[in-house]
Design a protein around this ligand. Sequence first.
Ligand SMILES: *Cc1c(COP(=O)(O)O)cnc(C)c1O
Length: 385
Amino acid sequence: MSSLFQNYQRRSLNLVKGNGTVVEDDKGREYLDFTSGIAVVSLGHSNPAILKALKEQSEKLWHVSNLFESPAQEQLASSLTAETPFEHAFFCNSGAEANEAAIKLARKFTGKNTIITFNHSFHGRTFGAMSATGQDKIKQGFGPMLESFRIIPYNDPMALQDAVDHDVAAIMLEVIQGEGGVNQIDEEFAAQIAQVCKEQDILLIVDEVQTGIGRTAKKYAFEHTVLKPDIMTLAKALGNGFPIGAMLGAQKLFNSFGPGSHGTTFGGNPLAVSVAQAVIDQIFDPSFLQQVEEKGAYLTQQLQVQLGSSENIKEIRGKGLIIGIECRKGAAELIQEAENAGLLIVPAGPNVLRLLPPLTVSKEEIDQAVAILSSLVHQSVSIDS
Ligand SMILES: *Cc1c(COP(=O)(O)O)cnc(C)c1O
């Protein structure tokens, strides 16, 4: 019997090292990592600049309490908020924690309780974040959820209109639902949300834990839309694998999080912050983001050309380097077959294959991955018929 709780469905693969897009298992077999640890290792495994930042900081100071000054947090906060609607940051250790902070801040600032969220959303596993999540399966057996979440269909203008009333503190959404199936917000729905928030004084929280930090070829995915969020949450790629989360907020929220209102021991510790600074110094370079855009367009186009015609493929969608391939059937089998052929991918919802290569992926690696997927998809159809 395992010494671990069995709360994950683990794949029988023991990965022991990585370099760039390539990871190696304990038997010396190499794989193309098109998961990036689920949108985490965006600068690739063993990235030299990130390693250097971690090594240098680790030889100086690992941890300081948040009861002391932190010029490094100030610097990271100002880098993250530059040219955004946000002015201030709070650092924590994960996406769920960033969302907890967002929920608390929204309630405290508005004095209201209700938060509107969406079906198929994912916000994390703590009680607040789980309550916000629009998926019943992750709530089963855990008793009453946190009160006052109103969960409505995504991209449904009528449902939104019906859900808004004077007790709504905030609307919380993913611009692209990552876990829920790589579902993108409609332009008209985004416009409606922007308008409702403005007219009714409702805060907008965007959860960019998966889509932020260059994944969609912009710094943050909301920049593709007309949305002007008041609060944004980040984690996953922010530390390239070193745990760190962040909540960014607009100027007007500043006084709602005063001394003693919220906190964490580890959040924003010197190791995490030095790594995150090195991460965004690379990713926020406009020429880097330009490359993500080009690679994303190339990958999507190659997938369309080589897989799009298969009768098993319903839709290929995404932005930058978060791409969902919706299958008619057999997504789980395809993921296993891809692994056998040397390509790691993850699902998103029941029938969607999700591709999340490191943003540093090469054109050759994209070609290899598409070739593997193409042969598997065409093969699976011919076996069935
Ligand atoms: C992964 C994820 C979370 C949860 O992040 P953790 O670090 O696992 O707590 C929250 N929101 C979104 C959109 C995510 O993809």
